[in-house]
Ligand binder design. Structure first.
Ligand code: 0O2
Length: 217
């Protein structure tokens, strides 16, 4: 068996965790909708880190192959996108209360934004997954952010990829400005949250239900 096939085999439980988490989080959203309450969850996506990207990160962090699984917490990654900053903390509370996995770490990059301008709330969990070889505990990262934070992070991520982590200074500066503008948008929206929610509730009664964009996988 090749080295690469070994890694693909190792990643099978991670794929299952991502799939299960997506079902569970979308299930939470459905429940809010059925109970005719504002859903703090707008979109749910997920991915297993591609093997190459896992190796790149391992090299950056100077990890040996044996350390990769225990050190990298985001091999299984799920992203929850919401409308308002408050929703993020509602989701975090809901996650803390669940007993189908254990929250082992939380990183609040909203109260403590990263140097790049990145904002998001990361919840690291230990998730028990059933495999044909028995139960395995898999670490997964749930990233929770607003639509505005997600817009910024997605663009910055593409630029980082394009410039191989070396974004030119002038673009970096603009990105920092854009991060602040996105945050101001979140703050302004928070002030009219009740109005927006009421309007959306009325609108949802008459419009056909569309699949949430970016939520189909
Ligand atoms: P990908 O391609 O999304 O998988 P480190 O990389 O050491 O700073 P660490 O210790 O793994 O980060 O944990 P952290 O800070 O929770 O970051 C993990 C993930 O958060 C990243 O995974 C990104 O998805 C996201 N993230 C963190 N900082 C930034 C940022 O400045 N900009 C953007 N766009 N995303 C960020 P990967 O492996 O870097 O990337």
């Amino acid at each position: 068996m090749t080295e690469e096939m070994n890694w693909h085999q190792l990643l099978v439980p991670y794929t299952q965790v991502v799939d299960e988490l997506k079902v569970k989080l979308r299930g939470m959203r459905k429940q809010f909708e059925i109970e005719k309450k504002h859903s703090p969850i707008e979109l749910v996506t997920g991915r297993v880190k591609p093997v190459q990207s896992m190796f790149d990160k391992a090299r950056r962090k100077q990890l040996t192959d044996d350390q990769i699984e225990s050190v990298l917490q985001d091999i299984a990654g799920v992203r929850v996108v919401c409308q308002f900053v408050d929703d993020i903390y509602t989701i975090v509370d809901l996650l803390r209360k669940r007993d189908d996995f254990q929250v082992i770490e939380e990183k609040d990059y909203i109260k403590h934004k990263k140097d790049s301008g990145y904002r998001s709330y990361h919840v690291i969990i230990k998730y028990p997954v059933q495999t044909i070889h028995g139960k395995k505990y898999v670490t997964a990262e749930i990233q929770i952010r607003t639509l505005a934070m997600n817009f910024w992070a997605t663009n910055e991520h593409s630029l980082n990829y394009k410039y191989k982590g070396q974004i030119p200074q002038d673009i970096k500066k603009r990105l920092k400005k854009a991060a602040e503008a996105a945050f101001q948008l979140d703050e302004e929206m928070a002030k009219i949250k009740d109005e927006v929610q009421e309007a959306q509730w009325i609108f949802n009664q008459i419009r056909p239900k569309f699949k949430k964009m970016g939520d189909e996988e």
